[in-house]
Each structure stands twice: as structure tokens, then as C-alpha cells.
Design a protein around this ligand. Structure first.
Ligand SMILES: [Zn+2]
Ligand SMILES: [Zn+2]
Length: 331
């Protein structure tokens, strides 16, 4: 910059005829020149800052876009794999890996689109798992690295994706070899397949589950604490709405996609409802919690329920489940 000032000064020291300017004029011009030079310098600096800021905005928006997309794509992948398991009988052998691979593939496509715009994204999905304390969510863990020229942003993400609204794949897998199940828009219709499944396992009173039904769509039960089901109006609402309940014994959604009725993760359970009876006397049958029905050892319980339109709607509950749902006074 100093060099520039000297060059400018050297030029203006002479007029067109080659006369040297007076010392006073020269002294008056110097501040103006310095002012112009510093203004140009400032404008140049401002341009650089603006360019930096534009780049950092691009990196910021690309990061935010990816953070928004990961849960949305995960949910879509969950819907797709559930559809495949149910409609095409494609029980998964490693559901987290299947979901991770499908998700990463779609993430890679987005990365390619951004690369064409000059933004480099490296997003790696490193685990898919059931959320530790809420089985109605799947946790997606990833690292996100977004960069453009010398601006970069790195973030470790742990995002939760709801599984509510998805279909429960377990009944379809478990009863596939026993004639399969049908479904209405909201319920699994077992026909005689569940009864055959239980008879095949040597379970007593299996025929109570001929024409049994169960919830199709996963919905978390809002009646919390669960002992409030001891109010039969609540139990009726829960059964009619087809809710699911948190359970450390029930299998999680990811393991259900693999056809497992029980698993080591914190999962959920729902009730499988026998066809209603005309009388309400207590009877004994296989416990209606789906993790008991689909476990290797199935234990019994007694009927608890409510009357509606001259029919007795009920479930079988063992003492432990009666206690969980506040229904122990029934027997
Ligand atoms: Zn409930
Ligand atoms: Zn599990």
C-alpha cells in the first residue's frame, strides 16, 4: 500500500508541462490520496467479509437442510421396510443394518446434489437403535461434516424418529406359516391362524384366540400411569382404540421387523383381544399381552373386561399384568 502512495505521489509531482508542483499543493493532495487508498482498502476488505459470510451462510443452510432431512428420510425408510416385511414377507435378519444402508444411500444422493453446487457434505450414519427410554422412537446417530472452501462445520447428531402410525409387523411374521392374518384399516384380524400357532406350541386353551383381533397401527397409550386401566371405562377405551404400552418384556419395533416377540431392548406390548363372549364368567386362557403370546413359553391368566351390547369383551391377564394395569381387583 505504501508503494502505491509513492507511485501516485511521483505522478502528481509534475504537471502536463513537466513543472514540479509547489510543496504546499503537494502537501494538500497527500491526505486526499491517503483517504482514497484507505477507502479502496476498506471496500476490498468488506468484499472479502461478504464473500466469507455468503460461504458461511451456504454451509449453515446446507447443515440445517441435512439435519432436517435425516429424520424425514429415516421415517420414509421405516415405512418402506415395514411395507416390505408385511406385504412381501421379507422378514429382516438385521433391521438396524437394513435401515442404515437404505438411509445412507439416500443421504449420499443428497451429498452429490450439494457437491454440484460447490458444497462438500460428508454425513455418515453410524447407528440405528431403539431409543433407550422411549420405545416409540428410533434413534439415528450420525456425523455431519459440511464444507465450502475454507469454511467448515462438523456436528455429531443424535436424532429421534417416531414409529407411531406404522403398522405392527409382528403378527404378520408370526402367523405367516399358519394361514397368515388379514387386517381392516385399524385392526389385525387373526381368523384361526393365532389359535393354530398356539396349538402348534402346545399351549392350553388356544382356541380362545379363534377370530381374535389386535391393533394394527402403533399408537402409544395415553392412559398413564397404566394402573388407571383399573377403571374399566379406561380399559374399554384402550382396547377399542388399540393402544400400545411401554414394556421391558415386549419387543422393540426394530426387533419386531425381525420377527422377534421378545428382545433385550426396552420395548412395548399390546393386547390381543379374543372374540367377545355371551357370558362374563371368569375363564382361563393364554395371557393376552402379545409378548407372552409370542414368547417361547406362554403362561395363562384370567379374563378381565367389560360388557358392551350384551357381549363380554375381555383379555386374559396373569397377576403380574393385572398389577401393571391396575386390574388385580377383578379376580
Ligand atoms: Zn392402554
Ligand atoms: Zn429389540
Amino acid at each position: 500500500m505504501i508503494l502505491v502512495v509513492y507511485q501516485v505521489a511521483a505522478v502528481i509531482l509534475m504537471d502536463k508541462k513537466g513543472y514540479v508542483m509547489s510543496g504546499m499543493s503537494f502537501l494538500l493532495i497527500i491526505p486526499s490520496v491517503l483517504l482514497c487508498v484507505s477507502l479502496l482498502d476498506a471496500m476490498d476488505g468488506e468484499n472479502k467479509i461478504n464473500q466469507q459470510s455468503l460461504k458461511s451462510h451456504s454451509v449453515y443452510y446446507a447443515s440445517e437442510d441435512m439435519k432436517t432431512n435425516i429424520p424425514l428420510i429415516t421415517r420414509q425408510v421405516l415405512e418402506n421396510v415395514t411395507e416390505q416385511v408385511i406385504e412381501k414377507n421379507m422378514t429382516l435378519s438385521d433391521s438396524p443394518d437394513t435401515i442404515k444402508t437404505a438411509l445412507q444411500s439416500q443421504i449420499n444422493d443428497i451429498e452429490s446434489d450439494y457437491l454440484e453446487k460447490g458444497i462438500k457434505i460428508n454425513c455418515t450414519i453410524y447407528s440405528i437403535q431403539t431409543a433407550a427410554h422411549n420405545p416409540f422412537f428410533i434413534e439415528v446417530n450420525s456425523t455431519l461434516n459440511v464444507s465450502q472452501n475454507n469454511i467448515s462445520h462438523v456436528e455429531y447428531l443424535s436424532q429421534q424418529v417416531s414409529i407411531e402410525g406404522l403398522r405392527d409387523p409382528l403378527p404378520f411374521i408370526k402367523c405367516q406359516a399358519y394361514g397368515g392374518v388379514n387386517n381392516s384399516s385399524s385392526r389385525i384380524l387373526y381368523g384361526d391362524s393365532l389359535s393354530k400357532y398356539l396349538q402348534d406350541k402346545g399351549v392350553a386353551n388356544a382356541t380362545h384366540y379363534i377370530n381374535a383381533t389386535a391393533p394394527l397401527i402403533i399408537k402409544k397409550c395415553p392412559y398413564d400411569p397404566y394402573i388407571s386401566h383399573g377403571n374399566l371405562v379406561t380399559l374399554k377405551s384402550c382396547i377399542e382404540n388399540g393402544f400400545f404400552h411401554e414394556s421391558s418384556d415386549g419387543s422393540c419395533f426394530l426387533c419386531r421387523l425381525e420377527g422377534k416377540g421378545v428382545c433385550p431392548h426396552y420395548g412395548f406390548e399390546t393386547f390381543i383381544i379374543p372374540a367377545p363372549l355371551n357370558s362374563s364368567g371368569p375363564i382361563k386362557g393364554p395371557c393376552s399381552s402379545d409378548h407372552v403370546i409370542y414368547n417361547t413359553s406362554t403362561y395363562s391368566g384370567y379374563s378381565v373386561g367389560y360388557s358392551n351390547q350384551n357381549q363380554f369383551h375381555y383379555i386374559f391377564l396373569d397377576p403380574s399384568h393385572q398389577s401393571k394395569y391396575g386390574l388385580q381387583f377383578i379376580n
